[in-house]
Design a binder for this molecule. Structure first.
Ligand SMILES: O=C(O)c1ccccc1NCC(=O)[C@H](O)[C@H](O)COP(=O)(O)O
Length: 259
C-alpha cells in the first residue's frame, strides 16, 4: 500500500474518533466560526511574489525538518517576509502538526491561512473554520468528483476558499467545477515522492483561466519561480526550503526580496 492510501485510512479512523468526542455544536460555538475570512486567491492575483509559505515540521518524504522555532515565530516571520498566505499542516501522525498550530497561527497573523490536511469529511472543514482557517485543501487523488463537489460546496457555504490539488490530467479533468477557487499542481507524486516542476508545466494549459493556478512542492529557487510564471502560475507553495533553514521567516524574506 502506498503512503497516501495509508494516510487516508488513518484519517478516516481519526475523523470517526474525533466526531465521537467533539460534537459539531462545539466547533460551531468557536468565536472564530463567524470570523470574516480573507481571500488568498485575491492576494495571489494582486501579488508579484505569490508565495504561500508552509509551516511543516516533518513529512513522509523527509523525516524531521525543523523544530527550533515556535509556530508563532515561523508564521510571524512569513507574514513579515511578505508571504501572500500561509499553509499550516495539521496532520499529527505524518507531519507532526495539529489544529493547535492553526489556532496559534491565527492568533499571530492577519494573512490567509490554509488548513493543509487530508480532508475526507465535512467535519474537518468545520474544524478548519473553528480554528481560524481561510481556505482548505482538497486532494483530487483521494476524492471522487461527487466528494469534491459536496466538500467544496460545503466549504464555500462557510465562506472558506478551496484549493484543489491535482497531479495529473485525469485528476484535473474529473475535478473542474465552479465551487473551486484555485487549482494547485503538486510537483510531488504523493505515492512515489518523485518531484519535478515538469508536472506543473505539463498541466498548466489544461487549467481553465477562471482558476488561480498554484504550483506546489519541490520549489527551492528563484529560477524555479521564474520558469513557472510564464505558464500562468500566480501562487507558489513552499515548505521545506524555508523550514529546513535555521530561520524560516528570514529565509522566506530573503527569497521574496529577490522576486
Ligand atoms: O511532503 C511530503 O512528503 C508529502 C507526502 C505525502 C503527502 C503529502 C506531502 N506533502 C504535503 C505537501 O503538499 C507539501 O508539504 C507542500 O506542497 C510543500 O512542499 P515542499 O515545499 O516540497 O515542502
Amino acid at each position: 500500500m502506498n503512503i497516501l492510501d495509508r494516510i487516508i485510512i488513518d484519517k478516516r479512523r481519526e475523523v470517526i474518533l474525533k466526531k465521537s468526542i467533539i460534537p459539531v455544536s462545539q466547533l460551531e460555538a468557536s468565536v472564530l466560526f463567524d470570523r470574516k475570512t480573507i481571500s488568498l486567491s485575491q492576494n495571489l492575483k494582486n501579488s508579484n511574489s505569490g508565495i504561500i509559505a508552509e509551516h511543516k515540521r516533518r513529512s513522509p518524504s523527509k523525516a524531521e525538518i525543523n523544530y527550533s522555532f515556535t509556530v508563532e515565530e515561523v508564521v510571524k516571520g512569513y507574514e513579515n517576509a511578505g508571504a501572500c498566505g500561509i499553509s499550516v499542516l495539521t496532520d499529527g501522525k505524518y507531519f507532526g502538526g495539529s489544529l493547535d498550530d492553526l489556532l496559534l497561527a491565527r492568533a499571530s497573523v492577519n494573512i490567509p491561512l490554509l488548513r493543509k490536511e487530508f480532508i475526507v469529511d465535512e467535519y474537518q472543514i468545520l474544524e478548519a473554520k473553528a480554528h481560524g482557517a481561510d481556505l482548505i485543501l482538497l486532494i483530487a487523488a483521494v476524492l471522487t468528483r461527487d466528494e469534491i463537489k459536496s466538500l467544496s460546496e460545503f466549504a464555500k457555504s462557510l465562506d472558506l476558499e478551496v484549493l484543489l490539488e491535482v497531479h495529473n490530467s485525469a485528476e484535473l479533468e474529473k475535478s473542474i467545477m465552479p465551487s473551486l477557487d484555485m487549482i494547485g499542481v503538486n510537483n510531488r507524486n504523493l505515492k512515489t515522492f518523485e518531484v519535478s516542476l515538469d508536472f506543473s508545466k505539463q498541466l498548466a494549459d489544461k487549467i481553465p483561466t477562471d482558476f488561480v493556478k498554484v504550483s506546489e512542492s519541490g520549489i527551492s529557487s528563484i529560477e524555479a519561480i521564474n520558469e513557472l510564471k510564464p505558464y500562468g502560475y500566480k501562487g507558489f507553495l513552499i515548505g521545506e526550503n524555508f523550514m529546513k533553514t535555521n530561520n524560516a521567516g528570514e529565509s522566506a524574506k530573503e527569497f521574496i526580496s529577490k522576486l
